[in-house]
Design a protein around this ligand. Structure first.
Ligand code: NAD
Ligand code: MG
Length: 391
């Protein structure tokens, strides 16, 4: 049976890996929508090659460019936020959510509302609005499949298991670009240095978030939301080889570790073919050659984001939306060269503190409107904090 698939964030790192898998078995899929933002040439090329129904750029000003690039192809061109949501709402069986940031939340909800299975790379959705996204899936009789490598690993470790027997979930972390840097040097870390990952090839934002471990912080919150475990059941360990992606610990003391090469096509392919397992074009590990796997405790002075993630998990409510929004603004400012690497965590912490004290909003009901408004206000607060520090 031909499956209808859409890819939100098709031009990004996860989106391109998803297209790689789909393009290998063209007869099996009907591509409904591909979406991107600024990379019009890539979007149009893939939409033509996969014969998509519609290609959408999130950037409304690029509609004419996209139209021109798709001329004569039969693929519809559309642009802007409303078009993005319309495309995500088109009937499909499986939708990849691979937009980066909170911008992925609304389109992901649209996909769930039309009943699609949502393959979720966009961890920010769960961090900002975990309960909302899970209840939306239930209401429309569908479900999410994790695509983040750690969460796919946990998911695979839980097949056939009773959640009541899960004692702990251990999320591994590579430690990012600066894991071996002296602490004093971090203050002066540059954008170029933060933008290279020792093991994974990913988009720029998540790569910098790996160096600061804001990515791991998001993933700890994602674990709590997706698997419904308590914060004290979630651990993280530095594992520089990035070969064990996560470990599930059970009440009998057994640990189930998921081991595989650092290639997102494994987790994407698992979500694409679930519940089947299919041959995937990823490297096979040669264990004698790898020889050893190592682990160490994360240093909270090096990675303050991990401490903040704990606070957010304990606080609950809309604090995840505040955390993510402040992080996105601080990351924008670091990329723009306005603040230093270590300032990102300081700013996020300050926004979390102020938000709780000033607005009492964190305990508001988790509706889409409240989440979006909180996201907006937290960005404003982050900008205020940065302006105060600069002045
Ligand atoms: P990326 O930056 O390579 O791609 C992001 C995609 O989102 C692009 O298609 C871009 O056009 C689109 N986009 C950006 N801003 C947008 C906006 N405002 N509105 C609509 N579309 C927008 O990112 P990535 O590395 O592929 O990551 C995508 C998501 O997957 C993120 O949530 C990330 O945390 C998660 N993730 C990525 C990896 C990885 O290997 N790259 C692994 C695990 C999880
Ligand atoms: Mg991950």
């Amino acid at each position: 049976m031909v499956r209808r698939v859409s890819i939100l964030g098709a031009t990004g790192s996860v989106g391109q890996n998803t297209i790689d898998l789909i393009a290998r078995a063209p007869g099996e899929y009907e591509v409904v929508a591909l979406t991107g933002a600024s990379n019009i040439a890539q979007l149009a090329e893939d939409a033509r090659r996969l014969n998509a129904q519609v290609a959408v750029t999130a950037d409304a000003a690029r509609l004419e460019d996209l139209r021109a690039a798709l001329a004569g192809s039969g693929v519809q061109a559309a642009a802007g936020q409303a078009a993005l949501e319309e495309a995500a709402s088109r009937p499909a069986d499986w939708v990849m959510s691979a937009i980066v940031g909170a911008a992925g939340l609304k389109p992901g909800l649209c996909a769930l509302e039309q009943g699609a299975v949502l393959a979720l790379a966009n961890k920010e959705s769960l961090v900002c609005a975990g309960a909302l996204i899970l209840s939306t899936a239930r209401r429309h009789d569908t479900h999410l499949l994790p695509v983040d490598s750690e969460h796919s690993a946990v998911f695979q470790g839980l097949v056939g298991e009773d959640m009541a027997t899960v004692e702990r979930i251990i999320i591994t972390a590579s430690g990012g670009a600066f894991r071996d840097w002296p602490l004093e040097a971090l203050e002066h870390a540059t954008l170029a240095e933060a933008s290279s990952h020792p093991n994974w090839d990913m988009g720029q934002r998540i790569t910098i978030d790996s160096a600061s471990m804001f990515n791991k912080a998001l993933e700890l919150i994602e674990t709590k939301e997706y698997f419904g475990v308590r914060p004290d059941q979630i651990e993280t360990v530095i594992h520089p080889e990035s070969l064990i992606h996560a470990i599930v610990g059970f009440v009998d003391g057994g640990l189930m570790a998921h081991v595989g090469p650092p290639d997102m096509r494994h987790a994407i392919g698992y979500a694409l073919h679930y519940p089947e397992r299919r041959d995937l074009p990823v490297a096979r590990l040669d264990l004698p050659q790898i020889a050893q796997l190592t682990f160490r405790e994360p240093d909270l002075r090096r990675y303050p984001a991990l401490r903040l993630a704990r606070a957010v998990m304990e606080r609950g409510g809309l604090s995840g939306a505040v955390f993510n929004a402040a992080k996105e603004r601080a990351l924008d400012a670091f990329i723009a060269g306005h603040i230093g690497f270590l300032e990102m965590a300081e700013i996020v912490e300050e926004v979390l503190t102020r938000f709780d004290a000033e607005t009492g909003r964190i305990d508001a009901e988790m509706t889409l409107d409240n989440v979006m408004q909180t996201d907006h206000l937290a960005r404003e607060r982050a900008d205020q904090v940065m302006a105060e520090r600069a002045g």
